[in-house]
Ligand binder design. Structure first.
Ligand code: IPD
Ligand code: CA
Length: 280
C-alpha cells in the first residue's frame, strides 16, 4: 500500500520550517503598539501571527486544494472552526504569542492534519530552539529525526507537571485553575512548569522532560499536532475528567502513562468553556 500522507507530511515540515524562520526573524522586534488583543486583554496577536498563518495556508492550499482548514487567526477573523470527516489542516502559526511578544524563548509553529477526525500527522516546530517535532499515526514521534519516548516514571510524586494559566480571567475559572494547582502542588510533585506554549508543553511530555501537561481553555489548534506527538511517543491523552480526549472540548490532559494521568484527574478542579465547534 502506498504511504498516503507522506507528501502531506513532507510539505508540512517544509512549510513549518519556512514559517519558523519568519518567526525567528521577527522575534525581538515586536513594538508594543503593534500588539493587538483578541478575546481578552491578555489574548495577544501580532501581524506576524497573521502573516505566518497566511503563508502556511497559502502553501498548503496550493498543494492540497480540496482540503479544509482551521487556522487560529482565520477563526479570529470570522471563519468557521469545523472539524468534519474531510481532510483538515489545523494550524497555529505561533503557539506562544505572548512569549513571542516578550522574546521568551518557547515559540512554536503547530500544524496538525486530521482525516475522519483522527490526527494523521503532527508537526510542532519550536523555532527558537530549532527543534522540529514530528509524528505520523502509527509511525512514531521524532525530534529532529531522533525517536521520542515519554518518561517511564509511574510515581506522580517524582514527576514534573506542566500547566498554564491560559488567557481566561473569569473569576470562577481562575478559582478552578488555582484550586487545581494547589491540589497538584500539594501531592506533592517534584515541580510544576509551563513553557507558555501548549504545543511545546506537549512535546515536553513526548520527550520525557515532564511527565504530564494539563490545561483548560486551550483550543484545537494548540493541541492537534501535539496530541499525536504525545501518543506516538507512548503517552496517553485524556480529558481532564478522565474520559477520552475531545479535540474541540478546550481541555486536555497528556501524560506519560495512565496512572500519572488518573492521579491528575483526581486533583483537577475541572471547568468547561464554550467548545471550539460552538463558535458561530
Ligand atoms: C496559547 C498558549 C498558552 C496557553 C493558551 C494558548 P497562543 O496559545 O498555548 O500556553 O496557555 O491557552 O491559547 O495564543 O499563544 O497561540
Ligand atoms: Ca497562536
Amino acid at each position: 500500500m502506498t504511504d498516503k500522507w507522506q507528501s502531506a507530511m513532507d510539505h508540512a515540515v517544509a512549510v513549518a520550517r519556512k514559517a519558523g524562520q519568519m518567526v525567528r526573524e521577527a522575534v525581538g522586534s515586536v513594538q508594543s503598539e503593534a500588539v493587538m488583543l483578541k478575546s481578552s486583554p491578555i489574548d495577544l496577536v501580532t501581524q506576524t501571527d497573521q502573516k505566518v498563518e497566511k503563508l502556511i495556508i497559502h502553501s498548503l492550499k496550493e498543494k492540497f486544494p480540496t482540503h479544509c482548514f482551521i487556522g487560529e487567526e482565520s477563526v479570529a477573523a470570522g471563519e468557521g472552526c469545523v472539524l468534519s470527516d474531510k481532510p483538515t489542516w489545523i494550524i497555529d502559526p505561533i503557539d506562544g504569542t505572548t512569549n513571542f511578544v516578550h522574546s521568551f524563548p518557547f515559540v512554536a509553529v503547530s500544524i496538525g492534519f486530521a482525516v475522519n477526525k483522527q490526527v494523521e500527522l503532527g508537526v510542532v516546530y519550536s523555532c527558537l530552539q530549532d527543534e522540529m517535532y514530528t509524528a505520523r499515526r502509527g509511525k512514531g514521534a521524532f525530534c529532529n529525526g531522533r525517536p521520542l519516548r515519554v518518561s517511564h516514571q509511574q510515581d506522580i510524586q517524582r514527576s514534573i507537571i506542566a500547566t498554564e494559566f491560559g488567557s481566561n480571567r473569569d473569576p470562577a475559572a481562575v478559582d478552578k485553575i488555582f484550586s487545581s494547582l494547589r491540589n497538584v502542588v500539594s501531592i506533592p510533585v517534584h515541580g510544576v512548569r509551563g513553557a507558555g506554549s501548549a504545543a511545546v508543553n506537549m512535546c515536553m511530555v513526548a520527550s520525557g522532560r515532564v511527565e504530564a501537561y494539563y490545561e483548560m481553555g486551550i483550543h484545537v489548534w494548540d493541541i492537534a499536532a501535539g496530541s499525536l506527538i504525545v501518543s506516538e511517543a507512548g503517552g496517553v491523552l485524556m480529558d481532564v475528567e478522565g474520559g477520552p480526549l475531545d479535540l474541540m472540548s478546550r481541555r486536555v490532559l497528556a501524560a506519560n502513562n495512565r496512572s500519572v494521568g488518573d492521579r491528575l484527574v483526581d486533583k483537577i478542579d475541572a471547568f468547561t468553556l464554550r467548545r471550539d465547534d460552538d463558535a458561530s
